[in-house]
Design a protein around this ligand. Structure first.
Ligand SMILES: Cc1cc2nc3c(=O)[nH]c(=O)nc-3n(C[C@H](O)[C@H](O)[C@H](O)COP(=O)(O)OP(=O)(O)OC[C@H]3O[C@@H](n4cnc5c(N)ncnc54)[C@H](O)[C@@H]3O)c2cc1C
Length: 423
């Protein structure tokens, strides 16, 4: 390929022979009909080789933008290349909202949904659960439309790009709402020990941030409708705006004044017009059952001397259970432990493996789009519907048009090691 295409983090240089930018769904179908291997690149915010291919990489960013609101105003149909930030502005103008957003608005809807991207909130399921319809070009070049009446939808939504190229999605929407955002400094480990579940439920969306140099949390971020006053579980209100990553400019973060504002200006931590997070980083994340949240914190604490030197920040969030076959939150209310690492794969991977072994008794499920080294057999065992997903992929892509080495490893087509899934 003449142009060097990397993921957002720069840790993956794609091995594709060409980057294709179709301008219509018909052109997407023609590319598939011409044969694989093919992969779609969303906005490239994943940290592993899941989007990689040695064939053609396809960007849907050039598809005509679609934002079609249903007559009953309960759903919106969007194209396969749109980003959450752009969609959110259009929905807000129409008096509508999504139920939640990730920490950043920069990501594509189709790519985020394919990896079960989530925000926080004990009553908020991940972003993929908003999908009520999918239009995809399968491996045979057929345009398939799935709705909630079709049992395959629950398997195809968190699809890792395997069943086909998603050219449009229909998402549930709700009336627009306002939220306030508050940040509190220094939450003690004793308070977390006594009140973790209460803390995570004390707002529409709650995140705790720690750098693991100590046992408590450095900050709590709360997004909620009701105003707050006084201390929060013994923590003091921050004396000015914060950035989740120590040392990064707070101006990149969303409003923390406590003033109410539109949902899409409070739910993400990062503003669309700035680089999210630190920009030089790797990320990992594991979901455990909500009831195991404290045990998971203990597991990390037991190796924090190894974690802290390669860590920028760790975020603890809550996600409600769902029915999507490959969702890390499948039938499990979850607590997720997210790690923003330094941008050094060699230094980070051994710590990732160590953390996975400490968390193993809690049956962690890794975020599909981040760095993990879980052996494929262990991965498969964590998902009750894994066999059904393998069958679905065989039906939708019998010739393996969308397969790559990462998928072969995950789906068990080759005797892969977990290392193949890492950075
Ligand atoms: C700074 C930062 C902050 C983040 N914060 C969060 C967070 O708060 N919560 C969270 O859960 N995750 C978070 N992530 C991870 C991110 O949401 C996921 O990696 C997500 O998949 C990114 O979407 P993308 O469009 O960039 O996907 P990509 O990385 O481009 O693609 C991901 C997968 O989806 C497939 N795909 C993309 N588009 C299509 C399509 N149209 N049809 C079929 N397959 C497709 C690709 O082939 C690939 O396999 C964060 C990442 C970064 C860099």
């Amino acid at each position: 390929m003449n142009e060097r295409v990397t993921n957002w983090a720069g840790n993956v240089v794609f091995g594709a022979r060409r980057l294709q930018r179709p301008a219509s769904v018909e052109q997407v179908a023609e590319l598939v009909a011409a044969g694989g291997p093919l992969r779609v690149l969303g906005s490239g915010h994943s940290f592993n080789r899941m989007a990689d291919t040695d064939g053609d990489l396809i960007s849907l960013a050039g598809l005509p933008r679609i934002v079609e609101i249903s007559p009953d105003r309960r759903s919106v149909r969007v194209d396969g290349g749109i980003r959450y930030g752009d969609l959110a502005v259009r929905l807000y103008e129409e008096g509508l909202a999504l139920h939640n957003m990730a920490s950043l608005p920069h990501i594509s809807v189709a790519g985020a949904v394919a990896t079960a991207t989530h925000g926080s909130g004990v009553r908020n399921a991940n972003l993929a659960t908003a999908v009520s319809g999918l239009e995809l070009i399968d491996g045979t070049g057929r345009l398939v439309t799935l709705t909630r009446d079709d049992p395959d939808l629950l398997g195809a939504v968190v699809g890792l790009g395997a069943p086909g190229i998603v050219t449009a999605l229909t998402l549930d929407v709700v009336p627009a709402f306002e939220l306030r955002q508050y940040v509190y400094d220094t939450v003690s480990r004793a308070a977390i020990d006594d009140h973790l579940a209460e803390m995570l439920a004390d707002g529409y969306s709650v995140s705790l941030f720690t750098d693991w140099t100590g046992l408590g949390a450095n900050h709590a971020w709360l997004k909620r409708a009701e105003p707050m006053a006084g201390e929060w579980f013994g923590a003091r209100r921050a004396d000015g705006p914060r950035h989740p990553v120590p040392g990064m400019p707070p101006v990149n973060s969303t409003d923390q004044s406590g003033d109410p504002g539109p949902w899409h200006t409070r739910l993400p931590h990062f503003r669309m017009e700035f680089t999210p997070s630190s920009g030089a980083e790797l990320q990992s994340e594991w979901h455990v059952a909500a009831a195991d949240g404290l045990a998971a914190l203990d597991a990390v604490a037991s190796v924090r001397e190894r974690v802290a030197p390669v860590l920028q920040v760790c975020e603890i969030r809550a996600i409600a259970a769902d029915e999507l076959w490959l969702s890390p939150n499948y039938r499990r209310d979850s607590v997720a432990l997210h790690f923003t690492w330094i941008a050094d794969t060699e230094a980070v991977l051994p710590v990732v493996a160590e953390l996975e072994s400490r968390l193993a008794p809690l049956h962690p499920r890794a975020h599909w789009g981040k760095v993990f080294t879980t052996p494929p057999a262990v991965l498969a065992a964590e998902y009750e519907r894994f066999g059904d997903f393998q069958d679905l992929v065989r039906r939708y892509d019998p010739a393996g048009t969308f397969r790559n080495r990462w998928l072969d490893t995950v789906l068990g087509g080759v005797q892969g090691k977990g290392d193949d899934l890492g950075g």
